[in-house]
Write a protein that binds this ligand. Structure first.
Ligand code: ASP
Ligand code: MG
Length: 252
């Protein structure tokens, strides 16, 4: 279960996310959550870096930016403890998310999910800090590029053989940006290929690389709202017989 920055933007929202994770656990599921940094934290950190240095050192930039997701993860874990469940937050490197060494745009090579699986076996809710990994080549913390928590979520789902739910402040994938086109319709399903095109041409609902990962590993993504129980959009294989020629309009 992945929650974006606007879903964890303040303490009350963090408590809400904690409740959603606990509810899933109480339905009998083994739950792994990943969260983005709170609200506009990452923008704030980037701004801060540039106030200190006109050309921030790439390694230190990733050290700085990766803190945002750690903060959010630790806070969600605390809120879960208050609900009477045991949770553990892990950094990307603690969770075994191994990447290449390319700072600010690292690619995930593999996930050594042992620590996550052990924690699940101990009946814990596991929180993994999004957007970050660790390079064995450089022994350094890396970040995955803007919006990278979606990639964390899909890669974890692939590694654990899990379904992937991506929660945000929009209830799914729409035929156009619902903030601009009020009568845009929510799509019940969309194929990987269509979603790839949409993400590549301006739709911000899912990160392009996350959709690529999902297609390559056959992970179904359920993109849905943090703030309601309604069914969202399933991103998955295959076209139906009556596939429309135009599915959606995007812009950038
Ligand atoms: N916090 C990072 C960003 O704003 C990663 C993410 O949101 O997924 O780009
Ligand atoms: Mg963010």
């Amino acid at each position: 279960m992945k929650f974006g920055g606007s879903s964890v933007a303040d303490p009350a929202k963090i408590q809400h996310v904690a409740r959603r994770l606990v509810e899933a656990k109480q339905r009998g599921l083994r739950v792994v959550g990943t969260v983005s940094a709170m609200g506009k934290t990452t923008d704030g950190l980037i701004d801060l870096a540039h106030q200190v240095s006109p050309t921030p050192n790439a390694r230190e930039f990733d050290m700085l930016l990766s803190t945002g997701e750690r903060i959010a993860c630790a806070l969600v874990a605390m809120a879960i403890h208050d609900l009477g469940q045991v949770a553990i937050s892990l950094t990307g490197s603690q969770a075994g998310i191994l990447t290449d060494g390319a700072h600010m745009k690292a690619k995930i090579r593999e996930i050594r999910g042992d620590r996550v699986k052990d924690a699940l076996d101990e009946d814990k809710i596991v929180l993994v800090a999004g957007f970050q990994g660790f390079s064995r080549d450089t022994m350094d913390v890396t970040t995955l590029g803007r919006g990278g928590t979606d990639a964390t979520a899909v890669a974890l789902a692939a590694a654990l053989g899990a379904a992937c739910e991506i929660y945000s402040d929009v209830p799914g994938v729409f035929t156009a940006d619902p903030r601009i086109v009020p009568n845009a319709r929510k799509l019940p399903t969309i194929s990987y290929e269509e979603m790839l095109e949409m993400s590549a041409s301006g739709a911000k609902v899912l990160m392009l690389r996350a959709v690529e990962l999902a297609r390559n590993h056959g992970v179904r993504i359920h993109a849905r709202s943090t703030f309601s129980d309604e069914e969202g959009t399933w991103v998955q294989e295959g076209a139906s017989m009556e596939q429309p020629i135009v599915s959606a309009v995007t812009h950038s």
